[in-house]
Write a protein that binds this ligand. Sequence first.
Ligand SMILES: Nc1ncnc2c1ncn2[C@@H]1O[C@H](COP(=O)(O)OP(=O)(O)OP(=O)(O)O)[C@@H](O)[C@H]1O
Ligand SMILES: [Mg+2]
Length: 258
Amino acid sequence: MEVVAITSAKGGTSKTSTTQALAYGLHAKGKTVLMIDADAQANLSFSSGVDFKAVQADLYSVFKGADIDKAILEIKPGLHIVPGSVALMAADREFTGQRSFLILRDAVRKMQKRVDYVLIDTPPAVGLLTQNALAVADKLILPMRPDGFGLQGLSQMMAYIAEQRKRTNPGLQIDGILLTQCNSRNNVDKIITEQIYKMAERMGTKVYKSKIRMGTAVPASGLMRKSIYDAYPKAGVTLDYSNFVDEFMGGMTWQRIK
Ligand SMILES: Nc1ncnc2c1ncn2[C@@H]1O[C@H](COP(=O)(O)OP(=O)(O)OP(=O)(O)O)[C@@H](O)[C@H]1O
Ligand SMILES: [Mg+2]
């Protein structure tokens, strides 16, 4: 089992879209995947088609002490989700005990040998939920928009990750920085690119070769509550995400649009 958290201190960097695209992509390659929606916005649960009315237990319940098995929903065989909910908004105030940042770690460890990947979508803030994700993750994916604010967010994240390594998870790796919402030709401004590569070096990580372009297929498939592969299999941004899945898995079988 490998635990991957998709995180950034900034909002709207494609954390949720990337979590979903990676989860469905890994699943299509025959891997078993559990997604964890650690965001009160519950965007990942919504866009993955979770029927909220039928949810009996979610991540909040797990924080309250429920067994994680009770909170796992099947999307299709081999692809599961622990849904998020608005109740998580109170997490920072509600769970304040000494071990409160290890609740997710204890729950996820029960999944050892039962799934290949656990992918955790985090909220756009560095509160208790993100802390929990970073305490259990083997590696992080840091999505960012290639602009000045993205860089600023990344440097804030660097300090935060260093702190979490000291506090809870010395082995925490940064798998890479994923450039998202790039312009249609995936050309990123040269000056920004240089800065991002420098930052990656300082963080001891890489920038993924795969970049994710802007594409209406992402918000549209979210609204349709389907994965981009199911809703828009031929879109450019779908291809970008497929390439990213290959790169993440270590086999760079690049495809380009004909
Ligand atoms: N490559 C893309 N092209 C076009 N729109 C995108 C792309 N990636 C994400 N979006 C859209 O941008 C918005 C933010 O994306 P997403 O929800 O994945 O980001 P996030 O980092 O999870 O946001 P938050 O910080 O609020 O959790 C969504 O409406 C999504 O559909
Ligand atoms: Mg999100």
